[in-house]
Structure formats: C-alpha cells, structure tokens
Write a protein that binds this ligand. Structure first.
Ligand code: DHB
Ligand code: FE
Length: 304
C-alpha cells in the first residue's frame, strides 16, 4: 500500500488529535424545476408543497448540525464543463464559486465560499492514492449543486458554511463505475481525516433518482427500484457498488446513472473503513414526481 495511504490511515486512528472528521453524509436529488419553484415563490403550491415538506426535518437538522465544510459531490450539466473538456472527477480548489447561468441568468442564490486549503490537501492526498483528479480553480456551479443547498438550508442571504464542489462526469459516456466511485469515497475519507484542523465535515452525494429526459423512454420513473437502491445504499453499499452501468440505465433510465455519485459519499462513511458502526438513518424521504424525476433523500450520521 502506498505510504500516503498508510499515513492517512494512521492519522484516522488517532481520533483525539484535532483532525478533521466526517460527521454525516447527506443524499439528495437536484431537479432544476425545484430551483425554479423556489426562485418564483411556488413552494407552497399543491404540486410542490409535499416535496418541500419532506425537507423540513432536514433544514432543522442542518441548523442543529451545521458543519464547517461540506464536501459536495455533484455533476455539472455541460455548464462549466462543455463538450470541450470533460473531466471524470474534478475538485474545486477556488475561494469562491458563483452560480452559473443555465440559460435564464444565474439563480439568485449566494456565492459558494470554498475552502482552498482543505481542497488542496484532499487533492494532494487523493491523487497520491492514485485517483487522477482534475484541479479546478475557475468553476461556476449549476443546479446540480445549488438545488441541494436550497433544499437543506432554505434561502439564506449567505450559505452558513464552506463548500468544496466535487464534480463527477455522469453526462457524457464513458462515466465512472459504481465500484470506482465507492473506492474514491474511501480515499476521500482518508484525505479528510488526515487534515490537521478540527473541522466538522459533511459529505453529500447528489443527483438521481430514476429519470430519463430524452428518447422513447423519456419520463421513466421506477419507484420500486429507487427504494431498493436506498435500502442497499444504507445496508450494503459494497454490494451495491458492484452493480454495472447497464442496470442503472435499464432500471432507472439514462439519467438515473447520476446515482453513482451517492456511492462516493457512502464510501466515505466510517463503517466502510471498519472504524465505526453502521450509520444512523436520521432521515429518509422519497417523493414522486418532481418534474421528470423521483426525488430521494437520506441523512446518515456516522457512529464512531
Ligand atoms: C431534470 C432532472 C435532472 O436531474 C436534470 O439535471 C435536469 C432535468 C428534470 O427532471 O427535468
Ligand atoms: Fe441532473
């Protein structure tokens, strides 16, 4: 095993030494129409009200459990990364990330403040653990990041913590496998927990659940499969990580592949590293429909 990995693991074992730790993982869909509903004051309309109600618990939980930093795994939708350059995995190392213009002007949400020092440390550690990340100093964030932020925090004047955006290519084939994403989550955990500041860090996995936006199967939603995915993500993520792409596409539609990002966040939990019990399911929510997709949401707290 690489010396870097051993060093990072040794650091993780020493819990009382003022290092960063992952407190929880959060999972949420990122439907752009949710952003539009918020921006146009429609959250209380009958179509949207049940969806937003599912996040009431989460907003209170975020107030009670505000981290110092969120490591936010999401996908850019050909917004900052057009077809000119398509990184598989990219880490945002800048001090600030502005909301992107996705065709209707930038969303009226606060600028995301990054954590360049922690992001650089994670890049160093994860690249030395043999994951070839792209380093991004200039990134505008689209609905993939801003919609989950709204769902969890509401619409404050400023986001209450720092965010490290981490982009995964799930838009243009070939996309990374579930197994690769799960292993990457484990490497990210080692990186975060070897940072020598006592920061509380959450890791979020976003995107999904089942949806297909084009072709003859446009509008596909598979609620039974989605709920089975949630069960397996909680109880046996290692087994879930072996599921091949074609199963996502067949069962959850072409855009259902966004769900591989959830395996990065789950891979970063302490039970996967063998240093903690199974996480506590603080909240689970599922709702259909929201625009063309099923919305899934989980909050898992680390039990160390
Ligand atoms: C929709 C869902 C997405 O995940 C996305 O990125 C774009 C559109 C939709 O349901 O319309
Ligand atoms: Fe999407």
């Amino acid at each position: 095993m690489a010396a870097q990995v051993e060093q990072a693991q040794a650091a993780t074992k020493n819990k009382a030494d003022g290092r960063a730790r992952i407190t929880a993982s959060v999972y949420s869909s990122h439907v752009p129409a949710i952003g539009a509903a918020i921006d146009h004051g429609k959250t209380e309309e009958p179509y949207w009200q049940p969806l937003f109600k599912g996040y009431d618990f989460s907003k209170q939980w975020m107030k009670d459990n505000t981290p110092d930093v969120i490591f936010l795994v999401y996908n850019d939708h050909a917004t900052s990364f057009d077809l000119g350059v398509i990184p598989t995995f990219a880490i945002g190392t800048a001090a600030e990330f502005e909301p992107a213009d996705e065709g209707y002007g930038p969303r009226p949400v606060p600028v995301v403040k990054g954590h360049p020092e922690l992001a650089s440390h994670i890049a160093q550690s994860v690249i030395q653990q043999d994951f070839d990340l792209t380093i991004v100093n200039d990134l505008k964030v689209d609905h993939g990041l801003t919609v989950p932020m709204n769902l969890m925090f509401g619409s404050p004047a400023a986001w209450p913590c720092k965010v490290i955006p981490f982009h995964v290519n799930v838009v243009q084939y070939p996309v990374p496998s579930g197994a690769r994403c799960f292993a990457l989550g484990q490497a990210i955990r080692r990186a975060i927990e070897s940072y020598d500041q006592p920061l509380k860090v959450q890791i979020w996995g976003t995107g999904g659940m089942s949806h297909q936006l084009q072709g003859p199967r446009a509008g596909l939603i598979n609620a039974e499969w989605d709920n089975r995915f949630l069960d397996r993500l909680i109880a046996d993520p290692k087994d879930l990580s072996t599921m091949p792409h074609i199963d996502y596409v067949r069962e959850a539609g072409s855009e259902g592949i966004e769900l591989v990002m959830w395996l990065i966040a789950r891979g970063a939990m302490s039970d996967v590293a063998g240093s903690g019990k199974a996480p506590k399911v603080a909240h689970r929510f599922f709702h259909v429909p929201a625009s063309n997709t099923a919305v899934g949401h989980l909050i898992l707290e680390n039990q160390v």
